[in-house]
Every structure is written in structure tokens, then in C-alpha cells.
Design a protein. Structure first.
Length: 597
């Protein structure tokens, strides 16, 4: 058990009922006063160092220094010194000063609880210290010195230490303990095991007479456990002696612990490499398989003979965009639908742009009550519902966007439903023509299963690295590369097309490239109808060459008479991928430029 130190004065405790009631009343008064003042005190320790000089007689002269900052007001600072079952503490001295003060102020042992005093209380395996000082919103430095004895035990060949250090009852950002030995400690005849929940690092001096243990983010009341053995000759005058069999047993336990730790690190390292490497190899193999399958399908389709001058089939702009791998934002998809509805004379539209040249609103007028386009019918029905004899023009901002979403584009229920309908219709048209392989569902399911495995694998790789206390950069790189391969598969490989899909893909790609060339040929242009040019202009938005096409024919006066080209004059400078719909409602449209048909 703990051996009491006779050099430290013990103070009697009040035990009568009167003293108990008096103490309770005082405590309640202090608590009430604190609540009235509404002061919430906080002590934050910024750094904590313990310098220990190990003497050849086994005693250790310890100097603890910790800097702390106080927010609010405190009347006491707490501290603790761990002694284990047999340790003793003598020559205790406590000093404190503010950061701005030049010299430390010595505190004295007393049960008065006055400023400048401290009390010492024996507790299990250590001493609790209460330092009395009233501190308000100021950083201070405390210094606690004392001599620790009976912590080193000499055996036949070894001196063994089993002790805890840095037992501060406050969270500490940085803490360190330095052991200075009376002679060099041979590396091949010593070992040290440090146990702590905090991250620790060990550093020996070049001459191996000093060992520093650093801990980061040490939590309150957590300690740095140190178990060490070294040749008994270093502490030749130590009078604390133990049985040789006990010493050998401790060393065997340390060696077993070291072996177990080494085995654990090896096992965790292998697991990290196995999981991260396995995830990468699996997705790499899957990507290669899908790429080769896609390449084989493309190779099976004969190349086109000459450019495609007319539309290969009936695909609407959204289906063509999906077929050729073009992806649009939700607002861009809605704009493309509106352009299509203007071209087929379902709607008349007036684009309002802001000072940045982007769309601020689109005002539409229904020209019919029905359309064959399912998504277009959804929008048309909503527009028709808003019109009457007094109101023929409808703002799409009011239908599609939430006016309360300042700075963030949020859709109404109609807007969300419209976007879903657009994408569903585009995909249905492609599926109807057998563009995509029926195996795509299987391929996507495999990818989903892989992503679940990737999430679990990433979690365990991170957890194991935390257990190891070190970061495996290459494992993290493999994890990131695995995710990048998933992204590439989704963006550039899936969904796989059938041979029919590849043929249509090539035909539409060729057709889209010819759009600008067809409108620059004067004889072709003069022999075609207005609808012919408007149709070319509509698909040029998908081809991303609408700006160039518009410039080719901008001097022709008849374009203003065309439904689409005439309506889109105010946005003719924008490509679909760079277009932004930044809704401005009635109160916000004072700075918008109105561009009418």
C-alpha cells in the first residue's frame, strides 16, 4: 500500500455536525453567488512539462511547470502527483506567477484556503494538491517541485521503473516528461514501454543520458504510464530492492508486451495493405474489363462512310445529348426543353437577361394546349393553367423556382418533377431503340456493391491507422485512386451501348459536327425552309456550336421571323454548358435588361 510521507504535515478534518452544516451553507452561498454573477470559469492548460533528474540512489527530483489560461474567475487550481502503491513524495514546493510577473510567488501549506496557500490530500496511488489563488482572465505559470522515491526497484541485474507521470486534472494541448539519468543507458540492455490514450513520441538524446516523452492533446486525469528497465549499475545506490524472480517476471511481461505490440503493428500494417490494395486491384480489373468490352462493341460497328447530312432518327435534343454523353445541370435541361417547345411552336418565349448576360427569367405564352412531348406537356399544362383573358404571359420563375430561396436555386414541386420527367423521357427514347446493353443493370449493381465495400474498407483502413498511430500515405493514395476509377467508370464507360447504340452515336456525332458547315453554304441555306434552319439551330445547342451558327446567319433579316432564332436573340451569345439561370423575381428585376422578341 501507499507509504505515508512523514515529512508532509497532515491537517485534521472537521467532523462535527456543526462544521458540516457550516460548510454546506458556505458552499451553497458560493454556488448561488456564482450563478448570480453568471461567471463560467474555464481553465485551459497550454503546455505542461515535467523535468525529472534520476539520482543514483533511485530518487527522482521532479520539476513540473505548466502554463494555463483562465477565462472568468477561479479561486483554486488543482493538481495531482501519481505515486503508485509504494512511492513517496518529499520536499514539495509550489510556486506561481502571472505571465507578466518577473518572479514566482511561493505558496505555503495551510488549511486556511487563503490566497497563497495549498492543501495536500492523500488519495489512491497519489497526492491531490489544491492551490488557492484568485485569478481572473489572465494566463499564469505554476511550478511544482518535489522528490519522488521508492519508484525504482533494483533487482540482480536490472533497475525497473513502473510509474505514471503528467497527471494534470485539465485537458492539455502539449505535454512532455524528460528523464535525465546519472549515466548513459545502453540501447541493447534496456527497454521502455509507454502507455497512454494520447499520441506519444519518444526521443533519446545522442549520448542516451536523457529521454523525452511528448504527448499531444492529453485529456484531463489521463496519465503517461512508463515501464522501463536498465542495468542495475546505473542506480547502484538504490536501497529499494526486490526479489530477482519478480524482476525477471516483469521483464518477461515487458518483452511479451513488446512482442505483442510488434505483432499487432505487423498485422495491422498487412491488413491496411490488403484492404487498400485489394480495393484498388478489384476496381482496376473491373474498369479494364468494362473498357475492353466497350472497345469490342465499338470495333464491331463499321465506320461511317462520309458525313451525315440529315438527322439519323427522331431523337429529341435531350435524347441526343444523353446519347452523346453530354450532361447538363437541371436549369440547363429546362432551358433546352423550352428551346425545343419554341421550335415546335408550342410556346412563345421572351428571355430576360441580367447585367451579366445570364438568364434572369423566361416569360412564356402558350400557343396550343397539347404537345406530344411528355415533359413538355407537364410544363405546358402548368402554363395554360396560369393564363386567362387578362393574363397571357407567364413567368417561369414563379412556376419553377421557390421565391424564398435567396442566393440558392431551389425548385418548386413542379420544377423538380419537370427535371425528372425530362431525364426519364430522354432515357426512355434511347431504351426504346435498344441503345443500351441490358447488362448495364448488372454492371451498376456490381459497382454499387463495390462502393459499399469501399466505404467499409475505407473506414477500417482509417481505424487501423489510428490504432497504429501513423499514417500510411500509399494506402490512402490507393483508396483515393479506387474512388477515382469508380468516377471514371460512371462518367466515361457506363452505361455500355449496344452495336445499334454505337451506330446511332456515330451518326449523331457526325450530324452535329455538320450543322455549322451546312449553314455557311449559301446555296444550301437559300434552298431550305425557315423550319429547316430553326431545327438546325435547336440541335446546335446540343452540339455546343450554336453561337457560331448564329453568327453565320446573323445578318440575314429572315432569322428574326423564325420562332426559335428570333426568340433566342438575347441568349445567342451563350452556350448551353455555360448558361446559368439566375432567377430574379418581380422585386429584383429593376436592374435586368429586357430583351423582347
Amino acid at each position: 500500500m501507499f507509504q505515508k510521507n512523514t515529512s508532509i504535515k497532515r491537517y485534521p478534518r472537521l467532523s462535527t455536525k456543526i462544521s458540516t452544516w457550516i460548510t454546506a451553507v458556505i458552499v451553497m452561498f458560493v454556488m448561488f453567488a456564482g450563478q448570480v454573477a453568471n461567471v463560467q470559469a474555464e481553465v485551459k492548460v497550454t503546455d505542461y512539462t515535467s523535468n525529472i533528474d534520476v539520482q543514483d540512489d533511485g530518487s527522482m527530483k521532479q520539476t513540473e511547470t505548466f502554463g494555463f489560461d483562465v477565462k472568468g474567475t477561479v479561486n483554486e487550481i488543482n493538481h495531482r502527483i501519481e505515486l503508485g502503491e509504494l512511492g513517496k513524495l518529499t520536499d514539495l514546493a509550489i510556486n506561481m506567477k502571472s505571465v507578466s510577473a518577473e518572479a514566482f510567488f511561493p505558496f505555503v501549506a495551510s488549511d486556511s484556503n487563503d490566497v497563497g496557500t495549498y492543501t495536500l490530500t492523500e488519495s489512491e496511488d497519489g497526492m491531490d494538491i489544491t492551490i488557492y489563488n484568485t485569478i481572473t482572465n489572465a494566463p499564469h505559470i505554476a511550478q511544482v517541485t518535489g522528490t519522488l522515491s521508492d519508484l525504482w526497484t533494483n533487482y540482480a541485474k536490472w533497475s525497473i521503473l513502473q510509474a505514471n507521470f503528467l497527471a494534470l486534472p485539465y485537458d492539455t494541448e502539449e505535454a512532455s516528461v524528460t528523464l535525465n539519468f546519472p549515466a548513459a543507458v545502453p540501447a541493447d540492455q534496456s527497454d521502455i514501454i509507454v502507455s497512454s490514450k494520447a499520441k506519444t513520441t519518444l526521443t533519446w538524446s545522442d549520448d542516451r543520458t536523457s529521454l523525452t516523452i511528448k504527448a499531444e492533446n492529453l485529456a484531463a486525469n489521463e496519465v503517461i504510464g512508463v515501464q522501463m528497465y536498465m542495468p542495475v549499475e546505473i542506480l547502484a545506490n538504490n536501497q529499494t530492492v526486490g526479489k530477482d524472480s519478480e524482476g525477471e517476471s516483469i521483464i518477461k511481461e515487458m518483452e511479451a508486451s513488446r512482442t505483442a505490440e510488434s505483432n499487432l503493428q505487423t498485422r495491422l500494417g498487412r491488413q491496411i495493405w490488403l484492404v487498400s490494395g485489394g480495393l484498388f486491384i478489384i476496381i482496376l480489373g473491373y474498369a479494364i474489363y468494362l473498357f475492353m468490352r466497350k472497345r469490342a462493341i465499338f470495333a464491331a460497328v463499321p465506320d461511317l462512310k462520309g458525313a451525315v447530312q440529315s438527322k439519323p432518327n427522331y431523337f429529341a435534343p435531350h435524347s441526343v445529348a444523353m446519347l452523346t454523353g453530354k450532361k447538363y445541370s437541371n436549369t440547363q435541361a429546362i432551358v433546352l426543353l423550352i428551346l425545343e417547345m419554341i421550335e415546335n411552336k408550342t410556346l412563345a418565349a421572351h428571355f430576360i437577361t441580367n447585367k451579366r448576360g445570364q438568364i434572369a427569367d423566361i416569360q412564356v405564352t402558350p400557343l396550343t394546349n397539347e404537345t406530344n412531348h411528355p415533359a413538355g406537356q407537364l410544363l405546358l399544362a402548368a402554363v395554360v393553367e396560369q393564363t386567362d383573358a387578362q393574363r397571357q404571359v407567364v413567368s417561369l420563375n414563379e412556376l419553377i423556382f421557390n421565391p424564398a430561396s435567396k442566393g440558392v436555386v431551389l425548385f418548386t414541386r413542379l420544377g423538380r418533377k419537370l427535371v425528372r420527367k425530362i431525364r426519364q423521357n430522354a432515357k426512355q427514347a434511347l431504351n426504346k431503340e435498344g441503345v443500351y446493353s441490358k447488362m448495364n443493370q448488372v454492371f451498376h449493381t456490381i459497382l454499387t456493391i463495390y462502393m459499399v465495400a469501399w466505404l467499409f474498407g475505407t473506414f477500417f483502413v482509417g481505424y487501423w491507422q489510428v490504432q497504429l498511430g501513423q499514417v500510411n500515405i500509399w494506402a490512402i493514395v490507393l483508396i483515393i485512386l479506387s474512388l477515382a476509377l469508380v468516377y471514371l467508370i460512371q462518367q466515361n464507360v457506363l452505361p455500355l451501348r449496344t452495336e445499334t447504340g454505337v451506330a446511332l452515336y456515330r451518326q449523331w456525332q457526325s450530324y452535329l459536327k455538320q450543322l455549322v458547315q451546312q449553314t455557311t453554304a449559301g446555296e444550301v441555306w437559300s434552298n431550305q425552309s425557315n423550319e429547316w434552319l430553326d431545327d438546325k439551330y435547336l440541335y446546335s445547342w446540343v452540339a455546343a456550336n450554336n453561337v457560331k451558327l448564329a453568327k453565320n446567319v446573323e445578318k440575314d433579316p429572315q432569322i428574326l421571323q423564325l420562332p426559335l432564332m428570333g426568340s433566342a436573340q438575347s441568349i445567342a451569345h451563350l452556350s448551353l454548358k455555360r448558361m446559368k439561370w439566375q432567377p430574379e423575381f418581380v422585386a429584383d428585376q429593376t436592374d435586368s435588361e429586357e430583351n423582347k422578341q
